[in-house]
Design a protein around this ligand. Sequence first.
Ligand code: MN
Length: 128
Amino acid sequence: MTDEKSGGSVLLFEDNLLNMKLAADLLELAGFQVLKAYDGEEGLEILGKKTPDLILLDISLPGIDGLEFFREIRTRSHLNGVKVVAITAQVMKEEESVIRRAGFDGIISKPIDTTQFVKTMKEMLAGR
Ligand code: MN
């Protein structure tokens, strides 16, 4: 759903309302279109209709965890070109290596550093 006027589209996958609002506000200010999903069901519904340029996926979600959801996304061939970035509060190195091995395109730690967050998103969407 890339359009010429936007810096790209991001599906934000986050169950915490405040974290969702902060990330969505930052992305919108930076010129991205933002789609929001608060749980797995909602996320799959959106992905059935739209193909964002990037998915920002909270690892800790109610019902389905982010790693499980990521595997689900990767079974859908029409989403092959979509970058998927993990967002996680768990900073343990062990968890980070599990996420990297799963094949995510990047990892962002919570609480997010707002300046770095916007910079990273712009870099990841620059060559879309
Ligand atoms: Mn969460």
